[in-house]
Ligand binder design. Structure first.
Ligand code: ZN
Length: 240
């Protein structure tokens, strides 16, 4: 049976890893992205670059990679005041959540993705939500995603499966998963062309990629990469 999937793909490290994970498993992989008035258009450019290159990394991936659906979600920028959609500094709000949290974002993304998947006859929705290293976003939690899966299936009378391959991985393990899935070519593509930095900085190049190096997203990515490299060299050392 041909199994198809729809990957929530933003152009960041996590969703790029999920895209490769899907290409290694499903006969057909479509992608969906949301333009919600992010301050930095750089994310949109990065996702196009990765979509153009990732199929060439592995035999068969190009044939599996299908349509990309780009959804205008500018309404999300209109109804939420966050550091990702408006010009304000990143801080921790009174409720303990960073103001990069866009309330309802993942709920909306997955709901819209399931509507597209319904129309396209796709069963698997794939997202890079992660409970391990997460910034405290409640809509990244496993319980939230599982509950939403039930709701979507009840509301559309379907059997969608929401796959979250990164849910229990830390950032070092996410780098490792990329290496296992697509080898060093994929790791290099993620370093060079994926974007995670909250401030949209593409002028500073580090070992782990581009970014300001100080925002919470850069810190997570950098620490994870260092831990991944250490673990990888330990393994290589033991093999020698
Ligand atoms: Zn940054």
């Amino acid at each position: 049976m041909t199994e198809s999937s729809l990957v929530l793909f933003s152009g960041g490290q996590d969703s790029a890893t999920c895209l490769a994970w899907a290409l290694a498993r499903f006969d057909r992989v479509e992608t969906i992205g949301f333009d919600y008035g992010q301050k930095h258009i750089v994310e949109m450019i990065c996702r196009q670059t990765i979509l153009g290159k990732i199929g060439k990394l592995h035999e068969g991936w190009e044939d599996r990679l299908g349509e990309d659906h780009l959804i205008d979600l500018s309404i999300l920028g209109q109804i939420s005041e966050t550091a990702l959609t408006q010009d304000m500094a990143i801080t921790i709000a009174e409720n303990g959540l960073p103001n990069t949290f866009v309330p309802g974002r993942n709920l909306l993304f997955l709901t819209l993705a399931s509507a597209v998947a319904y129309r396209r006859g796709i069963r698997h929705l794939i997202g890079g939500m992660c409970e391990t290293d997460f910034s405290g976003y409640p809509d990244c939690r496993d319980d939230t995603i599982k509950s939403l899966q039930v709701t979507l299936n009840l509301g559309m009378d379907k059997r969608f499966v929401i796959d979250t391959p990164l849910m229990w991985l830390d950032k070092a393990a996410t780098w490792q998963l990329a290496a296992e899935t697509g080898g060093t070519d994929l790791v290099d593509l993620i370093i060079e062309d994926s974007h995670t930095c909250y401030t949209g900085d593409r002028s500073h190049r580090h070992a782990w990629g581009y970014g300001c190096g100080v925002c919470p997203a850069c810190a997570l990515r950098a620490n994870g990469y260092e831990k991944y490299l250490t673990a990888t060299s330990n393994i290589a050392g033991r093999r020698e």
